[in-house]
Design a protein. Structure first.
Length: 208
């Protein structure tokens, strides 16, 4: 399949409340696009975002549509190494701003190394989490000022926004029921606070 062109100007971030999202909507969002799209999948752990991302990838592959699948934090060797530091509880309590900087360091590497090159080649990009999650978890969950997140986002990504955001809006208790380690998830204060934050960019349709 020939590569798809990129838009001449960035599109605003358009969100979709994707509960019950189906392959039919995948067709509407992806297959009909004349340009390569950067699409993010957002939601609480257990909301189904990763499952639907995988289904979307299989749907595209079955139609021989070139695309890239990636995730945040991670997606590259450097990003994965950063992710491992981020998740390794042996390091003890991590300062929220250190956590923020690690997330954006991994994001910057992913953007430069994989995401933008794929889009330039005309490939759709499906990404598990993006900056919406940072506002929810590091902002509302860990108490980092949203203005500080804005500033680091500007420095790290130029406030890069996806072309589409699919936000899987499941109540925390229902999302937790989908996770194997239920008790661990329910004990995380940031998960409940993230629900209050409601993914500020995606839910409000924010664009820069």
């Amino acid at each position: 399949m020939p590569a798809l062109p990129r838009p001449t100007a960035p599109q605003s971030c358009r969100s979709v409340h994707a509960r019950g999202w189906t392959e039919h909507r995948c067709e509407g969002v992806l297959a009909s696009s004349p340009v390569a799209l950067f699409i993010t999948f957002e939601g609480l752990d257990g909301s189904g975002k990763s499952t639907h991302l995988e289904r979307a990838s299989k749907w595209l592959a079955s139609r021989q549509v070139e695309h890239l699948v990636t995730r945040e934090p991670g997606g590259t060797e450097i990003g994965t190494a950063i992710r491992n530091v981020f998740l390794d509880r042996r390091h003890g309590a991590m300062d929220p701003r250190v956590e923020l900087l690690l997330v954006f360091a991994a994001r910057r590497q992913n953007l430069c190394e994989r995401i933008e090159p794929a889009l330039a080649l005309g490939r759709h990009v499906l990404c598990d989490r993006w900056t919406d999650s940072t506002y929810a978890y590091q902002g509302h969950g860990r108490g980092v000022a949203l203005g500080d997140i804005d500033e680091v986002d500007r420095l790290a990504t130029g406030r890069r926004r996806p072309d589409r955001t699919l936000f899987f809006d499941l109540p925390p208790a229902e999302a937790a029921a989908n996770v194997t380690q239920l008790k661990q998830l329910l004990s995380r204060k940031e998960n409940a606070r993230a629900e209050v934050g409601k993914m500020p960019i995606a839910a409000a349709g924010r664009s820069d």
